[in-house]
Design a protein around this ligand. Structure first.
Ligand code: ADP
Ligand code: ADP
Length: 223
């Protein structure tokens, strides 16, 4: 099982990169935020419980989050491994993931930190648009779609998230960055942390991430 963890503050570019890495590495992208939003849309008890936390920019409690993620890892498409986008987000989640993988004789391969300064995060999140079909990401000024309001990749309508309003964005940054620092330290101590400069253009960040995990430099295999 190949388990890659993408780490970064809200708005750092985890989702953007996870979609590209998933295609390159032929692994499914597993995003806890997407799982919560799908559950909220379906009106399940888990989704309704999660929505209240998401609207306040807080982390959803671990009792809900860890069980949901571990269940997702049981699905057949996760058998070869996954790219985790948005999990783990605090130390107890990182510990729970390590334990669950160890039970299967597996472990996290690498934790990839997409590093972006706080002032840039606000600009990225408030200008973010997502495709309604698969969550492909756009930015209204930095990375606009070819046709306004339409996903380049699958033609679905673009939407903005409720929690990307400026006041919720600030709450998410205030409430979540401390826990992210703990997770980063966890993987640094385990020797698994690789940090890339997330301020670079999307394609350059992708190339740096692939260089961090693949034995052959990306530029050499894609001249
Ligand atoms: P996350 O999943 O970490 O919250 P996203 O991947 O959704 O972040 O990206 C947040 C916003 O920033 C989106 O609008 C996206 O288009 C934009 N973005 C992503 N990567 C970059 C980059 N390297 N440079 C500038 N903008 C980016
Ligand atoms: P972002 O793109 O800003 O990083 P996500 O889509 O990953 O946001 O997450 C949206 C919201 O879902 C978070 O603000 C949080 O409320 C909840 N959430 C997502 N993943 C987790 C997690 N691993 N633990 C707790 N809450 C989570």
């Amino acid at each position: 099982m190949r388990i890659l963890v993408l780490l970064g503050a809200p708005g750092a570019g985890k989702g953007t990169q996870a979609h590209v890495l998933a295609r390159h590495l032929a692994l499914p992208r597993v995003a806890t935020g997407d799982l919560f939003r799908a559950a909220a849309r379906d009106g399940t008890p888990l989704g309704i419980a999660a929505q209240a936390y998401m609207e306040r920019g807080e982390l959803v409690p671990d009792e809900i989050t860890i069980g949901m993620l571990l269940e997702r890892l049981e699905a057949p498409d996760a058998g070869r491994g996954v790219i985790l986008d948005g999990f783990p987000r605090n130390r107890p989640q990182a510990d729970a993931l390590d334990r669950a993988l160890a039970d299967r004789g597996a472990a996290v391969d690498a934790a990839l930190l997409v590093d972006v300064p706080a002032d840039e995060l606000l600009r990225r999140l408030t200008g973010r648009w997502l495709c309604s079909a698969a969550g492909h990401t756009y930015h209204e000024t930095a990375y606009p779609p070819r046709v306004p309001g339409v996903c380049d990749i699958d033609g679905s309508a673009l939407v903005q998230r409720d929690d990307d309003r400026p006041e919720v964005v600030q709450a998410r940054l205030d409430k979540q960055l401390g826990a992210l620092a703990d997770v980063v330290e966890h993987y640094r101590a385990a020797g698994l942390l690789r940090t890339v400069d997330g301020r670079r253009p999307i394609a350059a960040v992708t190339s740096d991430l692939l260089d961090a995990i693949e034995p052959i430099p990306y530029w050499r295999s894609h001249p």
